[in-house]
Ligand binder design. Structure first.
Ligand code: FMN
Length: 175
């Protein structure tokens, strides 16, 4: 008989054994600075798309969906991403402007969660993002929208070999 799927999954590789140290007391107090530090370390560790994250959204009745996106910037407006307003996530954000991001960098055993309220950025900034994307052909896209997530909660998570994983949690007042 085939090995049960449960056992097969159990035997798959776990976190690498040489995980980095993380001491929240030593971390920069600005979370975007800490993110950029970790992003540099993810690149150095060979994470192929460290700026990719999953974005979870919900519709008006709480039905959830998630997908991968690319982080465009971290600015005074928030954590920026872009998509079509007519997409499922675009429609969900128009009725329920809340979302949760999750970055995962397995080579380092690191996960970063960011959740909060999403706002629409300007038509000019959206058009600029569309024009700057790789493979842009000079065409315009009126439904392309740059969004910014304003964090309410964040968590920097570091796996440890002894399983005493480190969770550095931050929360911010509603703006
Ligand atoms: C690594 C990765 C990055 C992606 N980046 C984007 C992105 O920045 N914007 C976007 O609209 N879709 C992006 N996609 C496609 C989305 O995951 C998704 O399929 C699409 O936006 C439709 O999602 P929705 O139907 O849930 O709205 C990316 C997919 C992958 C796998």
């Amino acid at each position: 008989m085939d090995q049960p799927f449960r056992s097969f999954l159990r035997a798959l590789p776990d976190f690498p054994s040489d995980l980095p140290n993380f001491d929240p007391a030593e971390a920069p107090s600005d979370p975007s600075e800490l993110f950029r530090l970790w992003l540099d370390e993810a690149l150095a560790a060979g994470v192929p798309q460290p700026h990719a994250f999953s974005l979870a959204t919900a519709d008006g009745s709480g039905e959830l969906s998630s997908r991968m996106l690319i982080l465009k910037d971290i600015s005074a407006d928030g954590w920026e991403f872009a998509t079509s307003r007519t997409s499922r996530k675009g429609q969900e954000l128009s009725i329920n402007p809340r979302a949760a991001m999750n970055f995962y960098w397995p080579q380092l055993g690191r996960q970063i969660r960011v959740s909060g309220t999403v706002v629409l950025l300007s038509a000019e900034a959206s058009a600029r993002d569309w024009a700057e994307r790789p493979g842009a052909d000079g065409s315009s896209n009126d439904s392309w929208q740059l969004y910014a997530l304003r964090p309410r909660e964040m968590e920097f998570w570091q796996a440890r070999a002894d399983r005493h994983h480190i969770r550095h949690q931050l929360s911010f007042p509603a703006s």
